[in-house]
Ligand binder design. Structure first.
Ligand code: C5P
Length: 232
């Protein structure tokens, strides 16, 4: 894959206007965008039409998490959107939920299971789940379950990507948020890695939001990301 194919820019904006402006600013340098809850809900989904009109690939990051029947219904909706090439659900929703959603997605779509949010560290896992596992161990367990259930891959921290590939196979896709330049703000993310290191550690795709979109010059930041990815 080329550096550009690996880069997914997260459009975390409240309005279509801000998101569209960002897409136009980044122009030909970025071809893959992530639409999450904030933008999808605020625009009633209409942002997808704009991205399709610009010939951009779309990762619909709505992280479905419900009983199997309800989640599969949501997956059927994602499958009906021609412009959506990737979407996701929470791995912790269980094997049946993943299986039923895989059964209704389009063959050309990638369905990912979110393992452990990159905003959670070991202390959060202990405090919230009373689990003796580290965040990485829990992420690996969830990845293995997702693989058994037939998911195409996972959303995980780049810190875990290599281990997940070792256990689930090279072709099991790893999509990694929590990517930061050495000099960028970490914000609410905790399990972070640089772009070059992330690719070297087995990340297939990098989801990058604020290090690009909050930069005074988003285009320069995107070019710097692409250069770092190319060095891997
Ligand atoms: O701004 P930043 O680079 O932290 O954005 C990361 C994006 O990836 C956000 O849109 C966030 O919702 C998303 N994400 C994440 N961790 C996950 C799954 C998705 O940070 N496990």
């Amino acid at each position: 894959m080329t550096a550009q194919e690996r880069l997914i820019v997260a459009l975390d904006f409240q309005t279509a206007k801000e998101a569209e402006q960002m897409v136009l600013t980044l122009g030909e340098h970025v071809s893959f965008y992530k639409v999450g809850l904030e933008l999808f809900l605020n625009t009633g989904g209409s942002i997808l039409e704009f991205l399709a009109s610009q010939n951009k690939r779309i990762f619909l990051d709505l992280k479905f998490h419900d009983i199997p029947n309800t989640t599969a219904a949501a997956a059927r909706f994602a499958a009906s959107l021609d412009s959506v090439s990737m979407f996701n659900l929470h791995a912790s929703g269980g094997t049946q939920m993943i299986k039923d959603s895989m059964a209704v997605k389009r063959a050309d779509q990638i369905l990912l299971a979110v393992t452990v949010l990159t905003s959670l560290d070991d202390g959060d896992i202990t405090a919230n789940f009373q689990s003796p596992l580290t965040a990485s161990e829990l992420a690996l367990n969830l990845a293995k379950n997702s693989k058994l259930a037939g998911a195409n891959g996972v959303v995980c921290s780049a810190l875990e990507a290599q281990t997940i590939k070792k256990h689930c196979g090279e072709d099991f896709i790893t999509v990694c948020p929590g990517i930061r330049f050495n000099d960028s703000q970490v914000g609410d993310q905790k399990r972070v890695l640089g772009p070059k290191e992330a690719i070297q550690n087995g990340a297939d795709y990098l989801v990058i939001g604020r290090p690009i979109t909050a930069d005074p010059s988003p285009k320069d930041a995107a070019l710097r990301m692409l250069e770092e990815i190319s060095k891997a």
